[in-house]
Design a protein around this ligand. Structure first.
Ligand SMILES: OC[C@H]1O[C@H](O[C@H]2O[C@H](CO)[C@@H](O)[C@H](O)[C@H]2O)[C@H](O)[C@@H](O)[C@@H]1O
Length: 606
């Protein structure tokens, strides 16, 4: 298996997933590699066709490289504290340079990606190549000189590169060779606009940098969390914020498509959509951190997309709220390290997943608790949804992992149906609302009894994947987290032990066994980081605080040098795998830190 390689004249760079950093402007995002290569960017939205897709292809599919021309002897990088402004320092024999990469928030302006090269020491020769290949690498734009740089046009898209550095044009690319001396700066601004409209005016890079930094600082300074692992929590919240499409309030699961869960395999999916599950859980983390604005903006998104017949509610939407996410493959795209197909769209959007109703009513309950009242126009909508769940909770579903195998009575799905009626009863009781509360109490208790009987194996003292199955599934680790059973219940203790034993690898856990569960797909996958963080939270609630801390720290150590986590970790290969960075991993990291904080608080009180 080969790594994707980056060549300069002297050296090849292998780009692992963790070699990338994220920058973004709350409407789209780019991945920047350690070698100064931007290999992924979609404009104008997260889910637009890419203009740089070397990440899942090669240099022919678009990239923007900016790095020393001579051999690089060392690379260090970091985010400016509390921001998404990335600084990469390159050491060479002739001196050192810093490349500052960021995407300023748009306001009324166009999408921009800015790169500032700063001389740190000596005089360093730099090489730049901007290779725009719109529509997932299928088009080479027409590139021509413009007043302050070049203009590249392809169909509806125009890109303007503005810089004082003299540019060349070759093979549809813009190129530059230049030298940066200590204390000097060179600036590059890439700006997108519709080719049929006028080119927008460009803000100067230094003031955009100052504005972007001030905005992120202000946002980060609002974090209301003083517990353990604060730095990791803040980084994760910044990642979640970066995945918020601020125009509509939707959140994406990850900014990439088709980074493989199994390197070389087919488990490659498009995550640039708004899953109700992932978004609700992310918002619970944002709410816990004191970020209420995002929660209410997402709630408005949900109100818009969820209008009408509750039977038509989808498990995911596009970030604009569109419903049709038709899945197709890009046959000419080789895939990350040969992991084909590269997919666009997501067929799981048509699945039936019972847990999403629990997440919806769960977040309705939480946001109500945050403000202490139910706005009168919301209760009729929530009640309609709760009544709809009365009619469907007994059906088999596709489950939280949205497997492409048969529908089942998944245990975790039923637990989330219990959440619907549990929160419904609490809403009526606490906020004096109208509703058939007696009927909901009975249903809540009926589902609880059913799960404890049919989703539980008394011989092995563990909850199982689905009714009557002997298979395990790490999703049942959420049982104590949603309040279905107390954390110290012996069935929870048994489930933690069984999942660790049977689904664990080197202390981290898989979602389920891909060989024993029919998920409709060939191949295997890595250890699912969200499940491993759920294990941390379950351990903390189970009174095993030391074990929880140790596992948290081992998981946090898997993050890259910038604190970013993909969906999974392949223990065998010692590499991050799956889409990157992934909201699910970061939001469960936050939940795990909060669970440890709560358990520490409880321990202090004893
Ligand atoms: O395992 C097959 C499925 O994998 C993806 O789903 C996973 O990602 C989602 C987004 O983070 C998450 O909500 C879900 O729980 C995960 O299983 C993929 O999106 C599906 O199309 C695919 O069937």
């Amino acid at each position: 298996m080969h790594h994707r390689r980056y060549t300069t004249d002297q050296r090849e760079y292998a780009m692992r997933i963790e070699d990338y950093g994220l920058i973004g402007d709350l409407q789209s995002a780019a991945l920047v590699g350690r070698a100064g290569n931007i290999d992924w960017l979609c404009l104008p939205r997260f889910d637009s066709p890419s203009c740089f897709a070397a990440l899942v292809g090669d240099d022919r599919h678009g990239h923007w490289s900016l790095r020393p021309a001579a051999e690089i002897t060392g690379v260090t990088r970091r985010y400016r504290p509390g921001t998404l402004i990335l600084e990469t320092d390159f050491e060479t024999a002739d001196g050192a340079v810093r490349v500052i990469d960021f995407m300023p928030r748009r306001g009324d302006g166009p999408p921009r990606l800015m790169r500032i090269v700063e001389g740190l020491r000596g005089r360093v020769s730099m090489r730049m190549r901007l290779s725009l290949r719109p529509d997932y690498g299928t088009i080479t734009p027409w590139v021509e000189p413009a007043a302050d740089g070049v203009l590249a046009t392809a169909g509806p898209d125009s890109f303007r590169l503005s810089t004082p550095v003299p540019l060349g044009i070759s093979d549809g690319d813009a190129t530059a060779d230049f030298t940066v001396a200590e204390g000097r700066r060179e600036r590059f601004t890439l700006c997108w606009h519709y080719s049929f409209g006028p080119p927008p005016s460009v803000e100067d890079a230094d003031s955009a940098l100052a504005r972007t930094q001030a905005w992120w600082h202000e946002w980060s300074s609002r974090l209301e969390y003083a517990g353990p692992y604060r730095d990791e929590v803040l980084t994760s919240l910044i990642v979640l914020k970066a995945m918020t499409y601020e125009v509509t309030g939707a959140l994406i699961a990850a900014p990439t498509t088709s980074l493989p869960e199994d390197i070389g395999g087919v488990r490659n999916w498009d995550y640039r959509f708004c899953w109700i599950r992932d978004s609700v859980l992310a918002l619970e983390s944002l709410l816990a951190g004191g970020y209420t604005e995002e929660a209410f903006s997402f709630r408005s998104f949900l109100q818009r997309v969820g209008t009408g017949d509750p039977a038509k509610i989808q498990i995911m939407y596009s970030i604009g709220g569109e419903r049709r996410l038709t899945e197709f493959e890009l046959p000419d795209m080789p895939g990350y390290e040969g992991s084909a197909p590269v997919r666009v769209g997501n067929a799981a959007s048509e699945q039936f997943q019972l847990d999403v109703y629990g997440e919806l009513i769960g977040v309705a309950f939480l946001s109500t608790e945050a403000v202490g009242r139910v706005e009168p126009h919301l209760w009729p909508r929530w009640r309609t949804l709760i009544e709809y769940v009365e009619s469907i909770w007994g059906e088999p579903d596709d489950g939280i992992w949205e497997t492409r195998g048969p529908r089942r009575h998944f245990t975790q799905s039923k637990v989330m149906a219990w959440v619907v009626f549990d929160r419904a009863v609490r809403l009526v009781e606490r906020y004096d609302l109208e509703g058939p509360v007696e009927r909901w109490r009975r249903l809540r208790d009926e589902i609880h009894d059913e799960v404890c009987e049919r989703g539980y194996d008394p011989q092995r003292n563990t909850f199982t994947q689905y009714y009557g199955s002997e298979e395990l599934d790490a999703s049942v680790l959420t049982i104590p987290l949603v309040g279905f059973l107390p954390g110290t219940d012996e069935r929870v203790t048994g489930t933690i032990d069984a999942v660790t034993r049977e689904l664990g690898r080197d202390g981290f856990v898989s979602r389920y066994s891909t060989s024993r569960t029919d998920d409709g797909l060939p191949g295997d996958e890595g250890q699912f980081l969200a499940c491993s963080f759920w294990l941390v939270a379950a351990l903390a609630r189970n009174g095993r605080l030391e074990q929880a801390r140790t596992l948290f720290e081992r998981l946090a150590a898997l993050s890259n040098d910038l604190g970013l986590l993909a969906e999974e970790y392949d223990v065998g290969r010692g590499r991050q795998v799956g889409n990157f960075p992934q909201a699910f991993s970061h939001l469960t990291l936050i939940g795990a830190a909060y669970a440890i904080a709560a358990a520490e608080g409880a321990a202090d009180e004893r």
